[in-house]
Ligand binder design. Structure first.
Ligand SMILES: Cc1cc2nc3c(=O)[nH]c(=O)nc-3n(C[C@H](O)[C@H](O)[C@H](O)COP(=O)(O)OP(=O)(O)OC[C@H]3O[C@@H](n4cnc5c(N)ncnc54)[C@H](O)[C@@H]3O)c2cc1C
Ligand code: FES
Length: 358
């Protein structure tokens, strides 16, 4: 009797489960919708998904560094018609002025009917690529240098400082994570990334698991954090930890183009073992009078004879008058904020300070 009851309960649960799935599909289906983009492009899509996902499925690659969690704000674009009300999650990120101009977070807007949107034209140039891992190397206790080649003869045109988005398969759903390109844009068939392992992090654990020969799918290039190659001004680069990745690309470009501009690298880490490009920078300093390197460690290290403390304090000491300079900052938000204050004090104009926070 007990066994019969258990079988009945199990069968009943399975039937209810299947009915719920079917019901959810029916309710969540909004049928076919038409998306009109920049007034001259039109495509059909199945409603019920986020606008960001629909755009990706149709090969329009909108920056989405947080993978659609509604926290980075990179996916904002103008929805002219059909977007419904601004959601509380969007109101946390969008400024009142942006909301008035019709900006929405495309990862949060669910497509329920026809829609008219405006996408910046530069986004339409972002493409999808497939690559193959050629090498992977642990360069600190938690940062891995990963190099891949773009399949076939395809090349990617990017500027030093920009990033790519790696496609991740997450239990049947697709996710994305942003990683700055650490290599020189002149090598347009290869990409190097420097990825810090975040325990239980979806993207970073996946990147650290990749082996030579594995395929990798990505889109890019993204971002307006890149070197102004023709300004002629002094370049100030500030990196914290793995924030060195885009700075490394800038330095390699500066070197290979034999730029005669002064470049100052401020690089802050916790311990000596975390300074993963230290020897290369030290050597460059001896070879080129325009290259200046200022590393600092925030933790006690008896072996370390260099500067101690936070990187903004070192900048206060070494950075001269900043009017004819431009600055590129990459690292944790707290570092960026402290460095911005120093740059302001030194007279670096605000519009010439670019940053990527992560
Ligand atoms: C423009 C841009 C460029 C970037 N470039 C790089 C790069 O070159 N190299 C690189 O390593 N990363 C880079 N990042 C960060 C990267 O995109 C991911 O956010 C990071 O790898 C964590 O993702 P995850 O999937 O491993 O962790 P998730 O699965 O997203 O998060 C797992 C958990 O870890 C927490 N967490 C997330 N990030 C951190 C962190 N930094 N420290 C502590 N806890 C954290 C989350 O809150 C969550 O609880 C960049 C981000 C942006 C926006
Ligand atoms: S993808 Fe990050 S806020 Fe939308």
């Amino acid at each position: 009797m007990i066994i019969k009851s258990l079988i009945f309960i199990n069968v009943f649960s399975v039937v209810i489960g299947i009915l719920l799935i079917i019901l959810e599909r029916i309710i969540a289906s909004y049928g076919e919708v038409t998306i009109t983009m920049n007034e001259d492009k039109e495509f059909r899509a199945s409603g019920g998904q986020s606008l960001l996902r629909i755009l990706f499925e149709n090969k329009y690659f909108i920056p989405s560094a947080c993978g659609g969690k509604g926290t980075c704000g990179y996916c904002k674009l103008v929805v002219k018609e059909g977007g419904g009300d601004v959601l509380p999650t969007e109101a946390l990120i969008l400024s009142p002025a942006e909301t008035r101009q019709g900006f929405r977070l495309s990862c949060q807007v669910k497509v329920r009917g026809d829609m008219k949107i405006e996408v910046p034209p530069e986004y339409l140039e972002i493409q999808e690529y497939e690559g193959e891992i050629v090498s992977t190397e642990l360069v600190t206790s938690d940062i891995r240098k990963i190099r891949f080649q773009i399949t076939g003869d395809e090349t990617i045109k990017f500027r030093p400082g920009q990033y790519v988005q790696i496609k991740l398969d997450n239990d049947g759903t697709t996710d994305y994570r942003a990683y700055s390109i650490a290599s020189n844009p002149d090598d347009d068939n290869h990409i190097e990334l420097n990825v810090k392992l975040i325990p239980e992090g979806l993207g970073s654990e996946y990147m650290h698991s990749l082996k030579e020969g594995d395929p990798v799918f990505f889109s890019g290039p993204y971002g307006d954090f890149f070197l102004d190659a023709d300004s002629g001004r002094r370049i100030i680069c500030v990196a914290g930890g793995v924030g060195l990745a885009p700075i490394k690309s800038i330095v390699e470009y500066w070197k290979s183009h034999a730029m005669d501009r002064e470049i100052e690298i401020y690089y802050g880490c916790r311990t000596r073992k975390d300074l993963y490009y230290h020897d290369v920078f030290e050597k460059m300093e001896t070879e080129n009078p325009n290259f200046h390197y200022y590393p600092a460690l925030s933790e006690e290290d008896p072996e370390w004879k260099g500067a101690r403390g936070f990187i903004h304090s070192l900048m206060e000491k070494h950075l001269g008058e900043g009017e004819h300079s431009e600055a590129y900052l990459c690292g944790p938000p707290i570092m960026i904020e402290a460095v911005m204050e120093v740059l302001k004090e030194k007279g670096v104009p605000e519009e010439r300070v670019l940053f990527d926070k992560f």
